[in-house]
Design a protein around this ligand. Structure first.
Ligand code: NDP
Length: 265
């Protein structure tokens, strides 16, 4: 075996640029740092300044570009692409992570809460993927045989598979994320783009803070998790690195649950 073949690391992301939405905190931060540790430079897209994530990525010797944008509206997308490409030159990996949740009984749920969740969690995910895929394909056409393909990773949820309670727009959006993951994978696999999803279980982030403060409910959840603990944002890193890397070149339209065994129960 040649020395190059012997030292080949399929998880090596050096030279790759990963755009991660919603990476100032929680799961997005965990994923951005894991991708940087594997060698990727990061474009972080957030409403607020992702100070800590930027520091952690830079401490790993990787570049971090912060793009400020409100992904509640797809009108933000052209500006996001323009700044990302002006500063990094290209995007090889997109992680659609930014998301919100609104809680109310289905009988009382408002149109405003429906639209807010669907716009951020589903509509922007699709149209940002479309923009990034167009960029990847244009770059691929320019580079010909040298192009290594692109990766899109969508953050789904246990509620992509289960009904949940008091989160109708979230359940609808996260179910839609899996449908769109499969559709984009179908349409773009032959063009060299892998589209896959990660379904996190119960992870300790801002998103689940209210849930964790409800002591009875938090205990019920904990008792149902086979791994015996809630997840941490760092637990999502390995799955993201795998799906962003050439180790996943033949993985299309798949959803990887990172849930401490919840769905296996
Ligand atoms: P957090 O609330 O910690 O993080 C959400 C992130 O999304 C923040 O970085 C936030 O950035 C960003 N965001 C939200 N709205 C917008 C917007 N309009 N424009 C730009 N960025 C936005 O939650 P999590 O880390 O838990 O959630 C991350 C993803 O994981 C979500 O898609 C969520 O649905 C999913 N998920 C979480 C689970 C959990 O148990 N925590 C379980 C299953 C799925 P900013 O603060 O700048 O607005």
């Amino acid at each position: 075996m040649s020395q190059a073949a012997a030292s080949f690391n399929p998880f090596d992301l050096r030279g790759r640029v990963a755009m991660v939405t919603g990476c100032n905190t929680g799961i997005g931060a965990g994923i951005a740092v894991a991708l940087a540790r594997a060698g990727a430079d990061i474009v972080g897209v957030n409403r607020s300044e992702p100070v800590e994530t930027a520091q952690q990525v830079c401490a790993l010797g990787r570049r971090f570009v912060a793009v400020r944008a409100d992904l509640a509206s797809i009108s933000a997308i052209p500006g996001v692409m323009e700044q990302a490409l002006a500063e990094m030159g290209h995007v090889d990996v997109l992680v659609n992570n930014a998301g919100i949740i609104r809680r109310a009984d289905a009988l009382d749920f408002s149109e405003e809460d429906w639209d807010a969740v669907m716009d951020t969690n589903l509509k922007t995910l699709f149209f940002l993927s479309q923009s990034v895929a167009r960029h990847m394909l244009a770059r691929g056409a320019e580079q010909g045989g040298a192009w290594r393909g692109g990766k899109i990773i969508n953050i789904a949820s246990l509620l992509s598979f289960q009904g949940g309670i008091r989160v109708p727009s979230y359940t609808a959006a996260k179910s839609g994320v899996l449908g769109l993951t499969r559709l984009m994978a179908n349409e773009w696999a032959a063009k060299g783009i892998n589209v896959n999803a990660i379904a996190p279980g119960y992870i300790e982030t801002n998103n689940t803070e209210a849930l964790r403060q409800d002591v009875g409910r938090a205990r019920e959840i904990l008792q149902r998790i086979p791994a015996g603990r809630w997840g941490a944002p760092q637990d999502l890193g390995g799955a993201a690195v795998f799906l962003a890397s050439s180790a996943a070149d033949y993985v299309h339209g798949h959803t990887l649950a990172v849930d401490g065994g919840w769905l296996a129960r």
